[in-house]
Design a binder for this molecule. Structure first.
Ligand code: NAP
Length: 261
């Protein structure tokens, strides 16, 4: 019987969910998905799930050793820079192979009015004099960067309702979990009289609709560029990741006999 391969899948994205689904179809792999625990009710995933930080690089390296992990797949969000850096160092220390799944960044096309900035703080600077009603989709942790903009009204999209008051003087929260469609994004823009969008350059299709709608409506987009990504073997889609992993471990799909067991 062939060896069982253990994969640690660092997640928190649509791609990591699709990867967990895809990997569950292979015989001979066991997948542990890992989430930071930012979302209150994560959607169910195949395989096992662990939630919460590891406790830094050393602890992650120890986890990889103790759990006999054969491959770490980093399918975290491109803006989750700390965990990706930790994973790179921990894998080197524990000599665990690592594969990064990172969607390509969005590229501006004709008609886009992007203002590219390196951080949420720079995005806040860029809003001075640009717009009075802004749709901001940067995530809860970065909202404090916009705190001083007391004369701007913000439409804030979040997955979970905020547990504490937001650091914005004028704002309205809409709840939503991607993927998002253009018709819904257009309705939000129109209903709230949005004059500009602030977003991270997440890449991928799930959250691109707002960028397309901003272009159609002629609105400026303050686009936050991605942070530094540590080096390593990288693929840009789930399908390539599954192919790479199947090849690496000579995996085949689970047969009916296996599923019945
Ligand atoms: P981060 O700044 O890179 O990580 C901060 C700490 O959170 C890490 O040092 C680690 O703690 C823990 N952590 C992060 N991701 C983890 C994971 N998948 N499993 C276990 N521990 C994890 O991360 P972040 O930007 O706060 O993002 C947190 C999670 O949300 C990520 O999994 C990411 O995929 C997802 N997400 C992030 C964004 C975004 O814009 N940043 C957007 C969508 C989804 P220890 O050092 O204790 O191990």
């Amino acid at each position: 019987m062939s060896e069982l391969r253990r994969i640690l899948l660092l997640g928190g994205t649509e791609d990591s969910r699709a990867l967990a689904e895809g990997l569950s179809k292979f015989a001979g792999v066991e997948v542990v998905s890992s989430l930071a625990g930012r979302t209150e009710q994560p959607l169910a995933l195949p395989g096992s799930l662990r939630i919460g930080g590891f406790g830094g690089v050393e602890a992650l390296a120890r986890y990889l050793d103790e759990e006999h992990i054969d491959l770490l797949v980093d399918a975290t969000h491109p803006f989750a820079a700390r965990i990706s850096e930790n994973a790179e160092v921990a894998c080197r220390r524990s000599r665990t192979p690592r594969l990064v799944v990172q969607r390509q960044a969005w590229q501006a096309v004709e008609g886009d009015r992007w203002i590219r900035v390196p951080s949420a703080e720079a995005a806040a600077q860029a809003l001075h004099g640009l717009a009075k009603r802004v749709f901001v989709t940067v995530g809860r942790q970065e909202l404090s960067a916009f705190e001083a903009l007391r004369d701007i009204w913000f439409l804030v999209r979040m997955i979970d309702p905020p547990r504490q008051p937001l650091p914005l003087v004028q704002c309205h929260v809409v709840l939503g979990r991607g993927p998002f469609e253009e018709c819904g994004e257009r309705a939000l823009v129109q209903e709230h009289g949005i004059e500009a969008l602030v977003t991270k350059n997440s890449g991928g299709a799930a959250t691109y609709a707002k960028v397309a709608v901003a272009r159609d409506c002629g609105l400026p987009v303050v686009m936050i560029d991605r942070p530094f990504a540590p080096p390593g073997e990288t693929v840009d889609c789930v399908e390539d990741a599954l192919n790479r992993i199947a090849k690496m471990f000579h995996l085949g799909e689970r047969g009916p006999a296996h599923e019945a067991r």
